[in-house]
Write a protein that binds this ligand. Structure first.
Ligand code: HEM
Ligand code: MG
Length: 256
């Protein structure tokens, strides 16, 4: 009897994935340009087929997978809803996130610009070009910002359809802050490089590297703090100018 129930158990486990258990997407599953939404679907926190993502469902998934608080998850859902072309929609799908220049934008860290090919499949060579700027095992906001700026310069130089509106800039700052939120420290503005790379490359939570979701709820405040680190680090002007010495008169910086 014991043998029979163990066998039954194994058969059940292989056909019926448990919530949290990671499985790669099937060809028929909808996936998109967001490495974290894909990851949450691969773990079954979001519907594994990537479809019918309603507000309640997204709130539960971001809570179970990453300990995001309800109001943060609700805000993110509301920002995502325009991905569904139906103005009265109450859900979206992961592949609707692929619609170019709606939420998806050029100069992603790990995806090609739509002009060159798939704007949603993980692209190892694009990601390698971003990782080249991640020069320490603890990522600083500046390293993350450098990879973003490099991707923008590359796109602006070579992609004749390069588009980057101020709304896209706001989303992009949030996406750069995301690794800090999930795999780092939003007060310090740092993230663990090994965890971030594992996540991007496998679309899997880096549990086997020792990661666990935050014990404290993640709030909008945490996001805003991390975004501010990225925003400041995106500025190319260095902090202390050595050009001006002597008088600290305010007009010294007006160049007539
Ligand atoms: C990128 C949607 C939550 C991490 C994106 C993109 C979309 C998107 C449309 C593509 C932008 C581009 O062109 O690069 C969403 C939606 C979310 C969500 C609808 C929830 C409702 C999250 C969370 C995280 C995250 C919770 C991590 C904590 C990222 C990262 C990127 C990204 C790192 C940039 C990928 C790259 O540059 O290659 N997301 N996202 N997202 N998202 Fe999400
Ligand atoms: Mg993109």
């Amino acid at each position: 009897l014991l043998v029979a129930s163990v066998c039954l158990g194994l058969a059940f486990a292989s056909s019926q994935a448990q919530p949290g258990e990671w499985h790669p997407a099937l060809d028929s599953d909808a996936r998109g340009p967001c490495p974290m939404m894909n990851t949450l679907a691969n773990h079954g926190f979001l519907h594994r087929d990537g479809l019918n993502l309603t507000q309640d469902h997204v709130i539960k998934a971001l809570g179970d997978g990453l300990n995001f608080d309800t109001s943060l998850a609700k805000t993110m859902f509301e920002m995502a809803l325009p991905a569904n072309p139906d103005p009265n929609a109450t859900w979206f799908t992961l592949d609707q996130l692929n619609r170019h220049n709606i939420l998806e934008h050029d100069a992603s860290l790990s995806r090609l610009d739509a002009y060159y090919g798939s704007n949603h499949l993980f692209n190892p060579s694009v990601f390698a070009s971003s990782k080249a700027f991640w020069t320490s095992s603890v990522l600083s906001a500046q390293m993350l910002a450098n990879s973003k700026l490099a991707r923008q310069i590359d796109s602006r130089a070579y992609n004749p359809t390069y588009t980057f509106t101020s709304t896209m800039e706001q989303f992009s700052l949030g996406e750069l802050a995301a690794p800090i939120i999930a795999f780092g420290n939003s007060t310090e503005g740092t993230a663990d490089r090994a965890l971030v790379e594992y996540f991007f490359e496998n679309e899997r939570l880096p549990i086997e590297l020792g990661w666990a979701k935050k014990e404290e709820k993640v709030t909008l405040q945490d996001i805003l703090r991390a975004v501010q680190h990225i925003r400041e680090a995106t500025n190319l002007i260095t902090g202390n100018s050595t050009r001006h010495t002597g008088s600290s008169h305010a007009t010294r910086d007006l160049h007539f």
